[in-house]
Write a protein that binds this ligand. Structure first.
Ligand code: WT7
Length: 655
């Protein structure tokens, strides 16, 4: 398809890519699906009544709520007047219902050690850990920081906090001492729960010394509780530090869950703003429980016998919502894996899926593209026939990656749910419903029932089908953030000021002629080539569409003629030759797939791309490199050597 010069007003973002493959749900899947298409109609009739029904059906209340929604834009309160404890909902009620011996988590350590945690185990361990927190003086409302590897004590610690109404703030175990200290100081946490360390790619990663360094500058921390993961001892500061096994193991197995108000703070999760000070995204109790549990059951089609694996780190919102709270509220059996997908070899995940008969897998496009790069022989060596639903989250999934996932992991049958949401939204908001939605590779399809999403132009006017613009949300939803900790003005300014009355997520998107939503990446990354606003996602997907390409990132660099020119960084599949001729071919391929306006002016082959620790490509750094600037903030980078390797090669880009 070619690009015509635009008529009249300039679109906020061009719609260049035209994906026509469709995948209707299989009749057998539809017949047994949890989700029914009727919930779209029910929610549209009255979205407040819809969420009210769900909240009454799903939540075990200590005191039922009186009012479903109080909406004082941009401040929402859901299910007011109600009181509940989220750990009662996630653990105790399942034990009471006879599910005590059901497995809550199959845990797999990177070195191969395993633990099985049933719901009865979880009830006992959470109660003991909660009693330990009470012993060290934590009371309802006190903040507790958690800095841990992916071990069972991590969800146990989160639930122990929630059991006594102490909001937690989990800081991803890969973050630095400085990042940890900044977050502790922002929320004034009194206690830190950490570990001596964990395993990553065959190495022992020490956490305790980062924790010590952090706590040296956090005056509010009075106690540090340390889990022994590595069994090699750790430096313990007298009176301040205590081993988890010393304080938790001797506690009573009974700790009554403390009922809290529906709007009681459940947790803070800091988003690593790339430039500004991290924002403490504030989530509360009842609405979050309603939103995460209902979406989890409907979108992943969770059945009692499923083995569900969300491969994210619990330190991200994906882990909070879809490893801990949503799945546990639904009495799911989950898998938690401590380590890396390539350790010891690139088939580690497929081995785990085969061994534990995983039936639902939820992961990020960055992982799928890495598997694609190394080739289908790794999954092909394992029996993946237990898989029946696949999910994707974190970035737009390129159509070719979607098709690879479908074919090589889902064996051409498992539906794929591409789920769009954010730390701020708490729950999935744009997604297919398996068994209901006809999917298109690369599209997150439609807003979840009860959610009103729209795509608007720079003036906040809805863009007709076929056009691109800014993704906005026009109604409150139960798991939405309630604010930024300690800074209501920043909350209003960041999310609600660009388009009055609407939540602006910061993402570009388009809708096709049938109303399907296609996410186009962060609007800060949109390129402006000769007046055309081109999304990075579409050019990247056109590159990944070529059989030699595993992954790519494109950025706009200053250009005398066109304002900006497209600079593409490309990772080839294993075994492909990074020849000049291929670079020429790839640039032509983009021109052929989406039009000459999108043909990259420069193209460079790279072994790797700079990514955040949650796997998102950091295009800002690539822009710095491409324009020869000194690098901006690299503290959130997963592997700092990547940018140096790329920089050394920039002179060699093909033009
Ligand atoms: C940003 C939020 C939501 C949990 C993990 C990330 C991007 C997320 C998708 C998707 C296209 C996606 C957006 C969003 N994103 N899911 N399915 N398709 N883009 O949480 O770190 O708060 O990031 O991730 O840009 O704004 P987060």
């Amino acid at each position: 398809m070619s690009v015509e010069p635009s008529q009249g007003a300039q679109p906020a973002i061009e719609n260049l890519m035209d994906e026509r493959r469709v995948f209707p749900p299989a009749a057998e899947f539809t017949a047994n699906a949890n989700a029914q298409s009727s919930i779209y109609d029910e929610a549209e009739r009255d979205y407040v009544a819809f969420w009210e029904r769900i909240a009454r059906d799903r939540v075990s209340w200590d005191t039922p709520f009186e009012t479903t929604l109080e909406w004082d834009l941009p401040f929402a309160k859901w299910f007011t007047g109600g009181r509940l404890n989220i750990t009662y909902n996630c653990v105790d009620r399942h034990v009471e219902a006879g599910l005590g011996s059901k497995v809550a988590y199959h845990w797999i350590g990177e070195p191969g050690d395993t633990r099985t945690i049933t719901y009865a185990d979880l009830q006992r361990e959470v109660s003991k850990a909660a009693n330990a927190l009470l012993e060290v003086g934590v009371t309802t409302g006190d903040r507790v920081a958690i800095y841990m590897p992916m071990i069972p004590e991590l969800p146990i610690a989160m639930l122990a906090c929630a059991r006594i109404g102490a909001p937690h703030t989990v800081v991803f175990g890969g973050f630095s001492a400085e990042a940890l200290a900044g977050r502790i100081n922002d929320c004034g946490a009194r206690v830190l729960i950490t570990a001596d360390g964990g395993w990553r790619r065959g190495n022992r990663v020490n956490l305790k010394h980062h924790a010590d360094e952090a706590v040296a500058s956090t005056p509010t921390i009075q106690k540090v509780i340390v889990v022994d993961r590595l069994g090699q001892g750790a430096h313990m500061v007298p009176r301040r530090d205590v081993w988890w096994h010393d304080i938790v193991d001797r506690q009573s197995e009974h700790c009554p869950p403390v009922p809290v108000d529906s709007e009681h703070m459940l947790y803070l999760l800091y988003t690593s703003g790339t430039t500004a000070k991290p924002k403490g995204i504030l989530h509360t109790t009842a609405g979050y429980l309603v939103g995460t549990s209902f979406t989890h059951e409907a979108i992943f089609d969770l059945k009692p016998d499923d083995v569900y694996w969300c491969a994210a780190d619990i330190g991200w919102v994906t882990g909070h919502s879809y490893i801990v709270y949503g799945p546990l509220a639904n009495a799911a059996t989950g898998v938690i894996y401590e380590g890396a997908p390539d350790t010891p070899t690139w088939d580690r995940w497929w081995q785990i899926i085969e061994e534990f008969k995983v039936s639902i897998l939820y992961c990020a496009p960055t992982a799928i593209r890495a598997f694609m790069k190394h080739g289908p022989q790794f999954p092909a060596a394992h029996d993946l026939s237990s898989l029946r639903v696949l999910g994707s989250v974190g970035e737009p999934i390129n159509p070719e990656a979607w098709l690879w996932y479908h074919e090589h992991i889902g064996r051409g049958t498992a539906p794929i749910v591409d789920t769009w949401w954010q730390t701020e939204t708490g729950m999935i908001l744009i997604t297919p419903l398996p068994g209901v939605t006809t999917t298109k590779p690369g599209s997150a399809t439609f807003p979840f029932p009860g959610i009103e999403a729209d795509i608007v132009d720079g003036d906040g006017q809805s863009v007709p089908f076929g056009g691109g613009g800014y993704l906005v949300l026009k109604r409150p939803w139960p798991a939405m953030l309630r604010g930024i900790y300690g800074d209501p003005e920043r909350y209003r300014e960041t999310y609600w000021s660009r388009f009055p009355g609407m939540y602006f997520a910061g993402d570009g998107a388009k809708r096709d002629e049938e109303g399907y939503f296609w996410l186009l990446g962060r609007v800060d990354d949109v390129m402006n080539v000769a007046g055309h606003r081109i999304s990075t996602t579409e050019v990247e997907s056109a590159l990944v569409d070529h059989r030699s390409v595993a992954e790519s990132a494109v950025v706009g660099v200053k250009d005398e003629v066109s304002g900006q020119a497209i600079y593409a960084f490309v990772i080839l599949k294993t075994g492909q030759d990074p020849a000049d001729a291929l670079a020429v071919q790839l640039r032509e391929h983009v021109a052929y797939v989406i039009g000459p306006i999108a043909r990259p002016k420069y193209l460079m082959f790279v072994p790797d791309l700079p990514k955040t620790r949650s796997g998102k490509i950091m295009r800002r750094l690539l822009r710095d490199i491409a324009e020869g600037r000194t690098l901006g903030d690299t503290t959130t980078l997963a592997d700092a050597t990547v940018v140096e390797t790329i920089r050394e090669n920039t002179g060699k880009a093909e033009e």
